[in-house]
Design a protein around this ligand. Structure first.
Ligand code: HEM
Length: 291
């Protein structure tokens, strides 16, 4: 996360007039301005995915046997973790967006599909960003909300995409804007699940076991994982065309070495193996104690 944060907000060095690096400070580079916000958001995301994945393996069994104390407790343990981190994640996401607005304004404008620099900037939900026409069509616009969220005032100024040269903006703006919206929508949806759980718990002192609730718990695991992946799309595609923001373009960093595909295959294989063993463990856990 420190290395990734440094790519977003590179600090801890100066560039001399000949282009050489001077005054290199590894500690300042590690403690870059993005690190606390990004790392907090990512750790919360990991706990959410883990908690909801654990919870989501029990509803099938509960549908068959609503009296299974094992499945009920298993689901409760996962849900407590996933749901407790959900409001914290929304708060962490809000702080992260303020930091992105300050340090990577082109990324924020791409996330929001905002073209004109303006006060009372609207929050745009959905819609398609059309780079050739310089506008975002469709979607729902909530006036002033973006200004308020990132500057603390509805009349705060937010920079738009047209204030950046086209060569300094991400190539595919929709791959930043739409994943951002989906991540936020999932975060708010999971918060709805937290409210549902809390309301039911305060009335009956037990988790609901209706079909709809169990279906929502099953969906929470893939939803949290999709939000996590969308988050990384926003962070990485949103930083383009830079690999090190404002210092080095991705095109200059891409390796010309051949044979890289072998490493790609090896890494994908390792992750597939990890995913398969996690799934196997979760299924085993869900079946434990059943007749
Ligand atoms: C209202 C809810 C949310 C807001 C406002 C929000 C905000 C953000 C922002 C602004 C970024 C870009 C950060 C950057 O480029 O430096 C981001 C990235 C990310 N988001 Fe979210 N997010 C929300 C919900 C979620 C949820 C529910 C998850 C997953 C469970 C998630 C996982 C991630 C991840 C993994 C990243 C990339 C790594 C990182 O920056 O930590 N986010 N989010």
């Amino acid at each position: 996360m420190a290395a990734n944060g440094w790519m977003q907000t590179p600090v801890g060095f100066t560039v001399t007039s000949t282009g050489a690096l001077a005054n290199v400070s590894p500690w300042r580079a590690i403690a870059n301005p993005s690190l606390p916000y990004e790392a907090t958001h990512m750790v919360f995301a990991a706990y959410m995915v883990m908690g909801f994945s654990l919870a989501a393996i029990y509803p099938r069994r509960l549908r068959r046997d609503r009296r299974s104390a094992y499945a009920r407790r298993g689901m409760a343990v996962g849900l407590v973790i996933g749901l407790a981190f959900t409001p914290l994640q929304i708060l962490a996401g809000d702080r992260l967006a303020v930091q992105v607005a300050r340090d990577q304004p082109a990324k924020l404008a791409a996330m929001e599909g905002l073209w004109q620099t303006q006060t009372h900037a609207p929050e745009t939900l959905g819609g398609i960003v059309l780079a050739d026409r310089g506008e975002t069509v469709g979607g729902l616009h909530i006036p002033g909300l973006l200004s308020w969220l990132v500057t603390g005032h509805a009349d705060g100024t937010v920079r738009g995409l047209s204030s950046f040269a086209p060569s300094d903006r991400p190539d595919d703006l929709n791959l930043v804007h739409l994943p951002f919206d989906l991540m936020v929508a999932i975060g708010l949806g999971l918060f709805g699940l937290a409210l549902w759980t809390l309301a039911a718990w305060s009335r009956r002192r037990r988790l609901p076991d209706g079909r709809r609730y169990l279906g929502a718990v099953m969906l929470s695991a893939p939803a949290a994982l999709v939000a996590l992946e969308c988050g990384w799309m926003v962070t990485e595609i949103g930083r383009q065309p830079w690999v090190v923001y404002n210092y080095m373009r991705t095109v200059d960093a891409a390796t010309t070495r051949t044979g890289i595909w072998l490493w790609l295959v090896a890494i994908v294989a390792v992750y597939l193996l990890l995913a398969a063993s996690t799934a196997w463990l979760l299924v085993r856990l869900a079946r434990r104690g059943s007749a």
